[in-house]
Design a protein around this ligand. Sequence first.
Ligand code: SF4
Ligand code: SF4
Length: 397
Amino acid sequence: MESSGQQRGGPPSTLGLLLSGGPGFAQIAITNVCNARCDFCSFAVGKLEKAHFRSATYEGVRDACDVLFDKGIRYLTFTGGEPMAHPRLLDMIAYAAAKRMNPVLVTNGSLLDDRACEDLAERGVQNVVISVDSEDEATHDLNRGFPGLWRRIGAANRRLGDLGIARTASVTVSRLVRDYAALPAALEGLGFDNLTFSYPLTALHSTYLSYSSSKLVEYGSDELVERFREIQRLKPRFPIMNPTESLNEMIRHLRKEKSRFPCLAGHKYFFVDWKLDVYRCHYFETPICSIYEFRDAAPIRDHCDLCMIDCYRDPSVLQYSAVALSDALGHLRRGRPLRAAGALFDRRTLDSLRAVGEGMSWLTRWKRKKRPAPARSASSSNEGPPPAGTPRPGDPL
Ligand code: SF4
Ligand code: SF4
């Protein structure tokens, strides 16, 4: 097993971090409570009994930030359930940002009014990821159980854009998307900068419940391969963050062919739940340990390819080249030049760099293409009443 480049007793320096394969990320689910009714998710209202509702404390998340930072984590994704339902979300984000971790928020958008957008910007959020289920407004709102949510997301995106926060649409590959070709116009109309597809999940074994045996996400392998091909064909029309090479990797997975890119979950990426247990990813039933024991946990590198969780598989393709460079340096330090060359001069390094270039080139072209946002009319203001049944941030759900 190669060194992770992480030092005991303190955070790695920026150079140390770069030489050890780059920074990692953690997804932290601060609550398992959600206010939405999505058919393909087991966090949905009515599916998780109230007796099992749990949320992390502010103090616990603060401790988690300290430990994760020392382990080289520089991107922290706040998720749930619905993280905006947590009364201390803003304090948690502010703490992470003050530690120079990049806080990202994943939300269903139901609680994103103007004030919430401004609060998030003030606390240091750089990217908000909002779920969109379909190219069709009514289908989306029906699945989420929030009439008017689509329009609310559009209004929130305008405000977030004004505040300089990047907006990513997260679209689950499901039967609610009936016309992939119509997605770019729909998402552009909603004010998104880019799009990431979530690959359909019918089973996870950790405490994370964002999966379901719903028919909406049940696909045969051939059908799913065709959906992935469709996503690849869509790439010239909108910035899609899933790398082409990662979609190819998922197609190999579906065809039970050998994977090319080792998953970095357990090495660079982690999942932390509301109990502050650290998991390698959402898939495994047993946590690595509690966050309070995590400083001493060794990285796991076993080329696992059991699942298709985009959150871990996509970045593993992108970060492959940085990790290969770190491995090569490790071999050189140990006087093994041939193994160093083998780690670096590998076709996968080139494909990984190409995937990084793909993302950067689409973003640049998209920014150039974008026209200035139209002036906001009174009717597009986000000051109106929230959708029926929408609680306020922090309201008990
Ligand atoms: S997909 Fe998200 S918004 Fe929908 S029920 Fe699950 S956690 Fe809630
Ligand atoms: S392939 Fe899936 S199960 Fe295996 S470590 Fe990666 S995310 Fe976890």
